[in-house]
Design a protein around this ligand. Structure first.
Ligand code: CA
Length: 338
C-alpha cells in the first residue's frame, strides 16, 4: 500500500463541465468555483478537491465509518464482498474477505463488528474474520434483495436498508435491528436504501432513498425508535447525480456523497441550502465519514461500477478512498449496543 498525496488532479482528469454535463447543467463553474442553483438560490463555494488516501480499485467502495477505538477507517466493497480496515497513519489496509455481498459495517460496544450482508445482519469478529449470528428479517427475500447502507442510531440500534439486485423500484425496505433481538421494517417500498444520520438533539432522522434524488427527514423518538412525518429536507437540483451515503458534522450539517456528481456536498438541513462542495476525481462517489484523531479528515469512498472503460481511463483513481480537510469536525459514530 502506498499513500499518495497529490497537489493536483492526475493527468487526464479534471472535473470540468465538459467531462460532467451534469455539472454544467447545475451551473458548476470551474474557474470561479461557484455553484449556481437553477432556481436562483444563493451559490456555494467549491472549497477543495479531495486527495487520495488509499489507492485501490474497489468495484463498489462504500460504507465509510471511523472506528475511534482502533483509529481505523472501516469501509466495504459490496460486490467484492470485502470489509476493509484502513489505518491512515501507517497506510495499512486490512481486508476481510466474506462469502456474501456486504452493504455496510458498524462497530459494537462488545468490540466486534456488525455487517449487513445480502441475507441479513451478522457479527464479524475482526480477530478471526469469522462471521456468525445471522439475523434475517421476516419477508426479506435474499434471492432478489440485498442489504445496502446502514448506521447505528443514538440508542445503539442498527438501521439498515435493502434494495433489489435488479434495482426494481420500491422492492426494498428500511429495517431496524434492536439489540434486544427484535427486527422491524420501518420504511416500506424503498428502492435503494442509503445514507442515514440523526440530528444532535436526537429528534430527527435524515434518510436517503437514492432514486428519489432527495434527502428526507423524519421526526424521531430516541426512546422508542419511532419515526413519523416523513418529508423532503432537500431535493437535489437536476444534474447533480444521486444522493448516496451521508454523515453529519459537529455543527449539525449533512455531508452527502453524490453518485454521478463527482463530489461531496455540505448541506444545511435547517436553512435548506448547500454550504460547501468538495470535488472528487471519480464520478461515482458513494459515502463519507469524518475520522482521524481530531475527527477533521473527511474520508470519501468511490466506485468503479457503472463507469465504462473509456470513462475509467479518464478516472484512474476511481474506486479509491479519498480524504479532504474541509475545516469542520465530525462527531463520533454510534456503536451497536450489543
Ligand atoms: Ca451506498
Amino acid at each position: 500500500m502506498v499513500k499518495l498525496v497529490i497537489d493536483k488532479l492526475p493527468l487526464g482528469f479534471e472535473p470540468s463541465p465538459d467531462d460532467y454535463p451534469e455539472n454544467r447543467q447545475a451551473g458548476f463553474d470551474k474557474s470561479c468555483k461557484q455553484i449556481q442553483f437553477n432556481d436562483g438560490k444563493p451559490s456555494a463555494c467549491m472549497s477543495a478537491v479531495a486527495e487520495i488516501a488509499l489507492r485501490i480499485e474497489a468495484t463498489l467502495g462504500e460504507g465509510a465509518l471511523w472506528d475511534a477505538a482502533t483509529q481505523r477507517l472501516l469501509w466495504v466493497d459490496i460486490t467484492q464482498k470485502r470489509v476493509g480496515r484502513f489505518d491512515p497513519v501507517s497506510g495499512a489496509n486490512e481486508v476481510f474477505q466474506l462469502d456474501s455481498m456486504v452493504g455496510t459495517v458498524v462497530t459494537t460496544t462488545r468490540g466486534d463488528l456488525l455487517v449487513a450482508l445480502r441475507e441479513g445482519v451478522a457479527r464479524l469478529d475482526p480477530t478471526s474474520g469469522k462471521v456468525s449470528g445471522l439475523r434475517c428479517p421476516a419477508g426479506h427475500d435474499a434471492t432478489r434483495i440485498r442489504f445496502n447502507d446502514g448506521k447505528c442510531d443514538p440508542r445503539g440500534r442498527l438501521w439498515a436498508g435493502t434494495m433489489a439486485l435488479d434495482f426494481a423500484t420500491g422492492a426494498g425496505a428500511l429495517y431496524c435491528f434492536d439489540p434486544d433481538g427484535t427486527v422491524s421494517a420501518r420504511v416500506p417500498q424503498v428502492s435503494i436504501s442509503n445514507g442515514i444520520v440523526w440530528s444532535h438533539d436526537h429528534r430527527r432522522m435524515y434518510y436517503i432513498d437514492s432514486p428519489t434524488r432527495a434527502v428526507d427527514v423524519f421526526d424521531y423518538d430516541a426512546a422508542t425508535g419511532a419515526i413519523a412525518n416523513r418529508r423532503h429536507a432537500w431535493e437535489l437540483p437536476e444534474g447533480w447525480g444521486f444522493p448516496d451515503g451521508m454523515t453529519i458534522d459537529a455543527e449539525g450539517k449533512l455531508w452527502i456523497a453524490l453518485w454521478g456528481g463527482a463530489a461531496v456536498v455540505r448541506f444545511d438541513p435547517e436553512a435548506g441550502r448547500v454550504l460547501d462542495k468538495i470535488a472528487v476525481p471519480a464520478a461515482h462517489v458513494t459515502s463519507c465519514a469524518f475520522g482521524g484523531p481530531d475527527l477533521k479528515s473527511l474520508f470519501i469512498t468511490t466506485a468503479r461500477e457503472g463507469r465504462s472503460p473509456e470513462q475509467l481511463a479518464q478516472e484512474p483513481l476511481a474506486g479509491s478512498i479519498f480524504v479532504a480537510r474541509p475545516g469542520v469536525s465530525g462527531v463520533g459514530a454510534f456503536s451497536y449496543r450489543g
